[in-house]
Write a protein that binds this ligand. Structure first.
Ligand code: NAD
Length: 236
């Protein structure tokens, strides 16, 4: 195995204490997606959206990476030590992969710990609140918004993601419902490029994507087991 690509979603952070997106009737922490995860929602009520993400950022800082995040950090070390390539793509906006020790993480939906200036487009590392309208450190306008990709906006790193999928050998999808595009289409792209595809999730996905292998269960159990299996096989 030379090129291993992993895609994670909110399910991998669930057992750390961060709620998933759709688990509660299409709501995210009791808010409608249209209100807190769209540019229109932000234009309608910026204070609500700032309060929401300031809350998510503060909450994420109080939780810890779990054994699934840690297993993926070990997997990256093993694959790269053996001369292979490893890419971790995440839809998550928390930083639990980095805190577990993963090095190369592509946050396709942005990051809570980053602020995006609506005036000049600068992205600035940010760990405090944004609801009090601080100035952008680059252009000094009080126009910072969460650096999170909302519905209708273009995800980050798509070029790079397409390139790694082009010659991917194994594509592993973990803890994602498979309904948010384009992330949901990546397994099909990888499959079309000849990769073996595996889903590790609490339940079957709603979508139509076919996987070569499906392992159902909580991420803290199935991900460490999967990593142990992959790294113990001489042909990975
Ligand atoms: P989703 O909430 O739509 O789906 C979560 C999936 O994880 C479901 O299929 C569910 O069955 C599965 N799951 C739940 N608990 C699990 C567990 N313990 N182990 C394994 N699987 C489990 O999430 P998504 O597909 O990632 O799409 C959500 C969007 O929401 C993303 O764009 C992301 O930016 C955002 N989001 C991020 C976070 C975060 O950063 N932690 C949290 C919530 C939502």
């Amino acid at each position: 195995m030379t090129n291993l690509v992993v895609l994670t979603g909110a399910g991998i952070s669930a057992e750390s204490g961060l709620a998933t997106f759709r688990a509660s009737d299409g709501l995210w922490e009791n808010h409608r997606i249209e209100d807190v995860a769209t540019p229109e929602g932000f234009a309608r009520n910026p204070d609500l959206v700032h309060r929401f993400y300031d809350g998510r950022r503060a909450q994420a800082a109080t939780v810890e990476p779990n054994p699934a995040h840690q297993a993926l950090a070990r997997l990256e070390t093993s694959v790269t030590a053996a001369g292979g390539r490893f890419t971790l793509i995440t839809q998550n906006i928390d930083d639990l992969h980095e805190r577990a020790g993963s090095y190369r993480v592509l946050h396709m939906h942005g990051e809570l710990n980053s602020a995006l200036c609506s005036t000049c487009g600068a992205r600035t590392p940010w760990t405090g609140p944004l609801g009090d309208h601080p100035n952008c450190p680059v252009c000094h306008d009080p126009a910072l918004r969460p650096d999170v990709v909302w519905f209708g906006e273009v995800p980050y790193h798509l070029d790079r993601i397409e390139r790694v999928l082009d010659d991917c050998d194994l594509f592993v999808v973990i803890g994602t419902s498979g309904v948010v595009y384009p992330a949901a289409g990546l397994a099909s792209l990888a499959r079309a490029a000849g990769a073996r595809t595996i889903l590790l999730n609490l339940e079957e996905q709603e979508g139509w994507v076919r996987y070569d292998e499906v392992r159902l269960g909580p991420a803290t159990e199935v991900v460490p087991q999967f990593v142990a299996d992959v790294t113990s096989r001489p042909d990975w």
